[in-house]
Ligand binder design. Structure first.
Ligand code: RAT
Ligand code: ZN
Length: 418
């Protein structure tokens, strides 16, 4: 007789999955957050939540003031304008707006009164260090990966002074300027004492490797990362292909680091929006296929920005075990697409994936980004376990725990170590 899932059994599976998803600590493998010793680089609090670049882009759909006038205002005034446009004049239904409310709600605040002043007062009582711990608790995070750039003039001095570490945070070496703006970056490296020229002579390459090795050691970086335009090319005679092949991949092999690629961003589609001005394009993932095929001794991680790239990316992961796919990035970090993409991934590559990262730029955002994603991930997992139960295969509590741990950082950790 063919077993089928009764409504009671389905409810039990849903409850078990929700419970395990809620209590399993997550490793957030890509954020723009910093440990508190990085001081002003760690953004947190209500005004930062409101001036998040996702909300700036949305607010300008309604604002008619010139861009420059907006940017000249103090942050608190910008926050008030965004609050008024996106929460008061219109209902805050977008994912980024809803996120602010979810965050406030989970911090125990009353959003009903729409009282910006009272909400601001609550945030003013916190010290950053305690607040990091509090937000991680509420979000259910065990560990946060920073994005660490030696090219960031505010961040570099902190490393040069010596950062002793913070056991809540891990590090990732971000190298966009090296790979996407080599002509501007070579003189910088030269000024920092690396004997590089714009060419790719053996000397230049060994100096780029010396730079990568020094920063990997200084940061204790666990992987190397770059975001890329849709038309990135590999192999090729371009700077990206040359540098990746000759310097970055040998470096990654030496240090056992994956290279995380984030293709699909069209930087500064509208420069007047500043950080909010980047767009999306369909990526040429044949270049990723070429990288994975030509370098089986390297590990690659990838998240693609375009929805239309997600199926091809899953198929690539089926072909190449040196490819780990992760996250629903930026414009795909909305519930409808998280659901679609997570289902697709589980159906095509099972549990050897990291379905989400937060990309939080403001500490408090980890609360909503994980709350919303966990809801969707739990729903998808429940459906999959119900499909299994219909065959007579019941997932044990230990198996459920193992699966969720893998999705929430375990699979990525194994990939890092492998
Ligand atoms: O999602 C974002 O906040 C973007 O602005 C980018 O930072 C992107 O995530 C990236 O890492 O380039
Ligand atoms: Zn990011």
């Amino acid at each position: 007789m063919k077993p089928s899932v009764t409504p009671a059994q389905a409810r039990r599976i849903a409850d078990d999955v929700s419970r395990v998803v809620a209590r399993t600590p997550v490793t957030d493998i890509h954020t723009h957050l910093y440990a508190p010793v990085f001081r002003d680089l760690l953004l947190w609090g209500l005004d930062e939540l409101l001036v998040y670049h996702y909300l700036v882009a949305e607010a300008f759909r309604y604002l008619d003031m010139p861009y420059e006038e907006f940017w000249a205002l103090p942050k608190s005034r910008q926050a008030e304008l965004i609050w008024d446009a996106l929460f008061i004049q219109n209902s805050p239904v977008s994912e980024a707006c809803r996120g602010v409310l979810t965050t406030l709600q989970h911090l125990g605040l009353d959003v009903k009164k729409r009282d910006l002043g009272a909400l601001r007062k609550w945030f003013a009582q916190w010290k950053p260090d305690d607040y990091v711990t509090r937000c991680m608790e509420v979000a259910g995070l065990g560990s946060i990966f920073m994005t660490n750039s030696p090219f960031d003039d505010l961040e570099r001095p902190v490393w040069e002074r010596g950062f002793k570490g913070d056991n809540r945070f891990q590090t990732a070496l971000r190298i966009d300027p090296l790979l996407v703006a080599w002509k501007d970056t070579a003189p910088k490296l030269a000024a920092w004492g690396y004997q590089v020229r714009p060419d790719f002579s053996a000397k230049t390459i060994s100096e780029v490797r010396r730079f990568l090795a020094a920063w990997t050691r200084r940061m204790g970086a666990r992987y190397v990362m770059v975001s890329l335009p849709p038309d990135f090319e590999y192999p090729g005679r371009g700077d990206f292909a040359q540098l990746v092949e000759k310097a970055v991949l040998p470096h990654c092999r030496e240090f056992g680091q994956p290279l995380a690629l984030m293709p699909g961003v069209r930087r500064q589609a509208n420069p007047q929006l500043r950080l909010a001005g980047d767009g999306v394009g369909l990526s040429n993932l044949v270049s990723l296929q070429n990288l994975c095929a030509a370098h089986p001794g390297n590990k690659f991680a990838c998240t693609a920005l375009a929805r239309e790239n997600q199926h091809e990316l899953c198929v690539l992961a089926r072909k190449f075990r040196n490819l780990h796919i992760f996250g629903c990035w930026w414009f795909t970090n909305v519930p409808s697409l998280i659901e679609e993409i997570t289902r697709l991934r589980l159906e095509l590559i099972g549990l050897s994936v990291t379905p989400q990262h937060s990309d939080a730029r403001v500490l408090d955002q980890i609360i909503y980004k994980w709350q919303h994603s966990k809801q969707v991930i739990a729903r998808v997992l429940t459906d999959k376990y119900c499909d299994l139960a219909a065959t007579g295969w019941e997932v044990t509590p230990q198996e459920l725990q193992r699966d969720v741990q893998n999705l929430f950082g375990g699979a990525f950790e194994k990939f890092l170590r492998g």
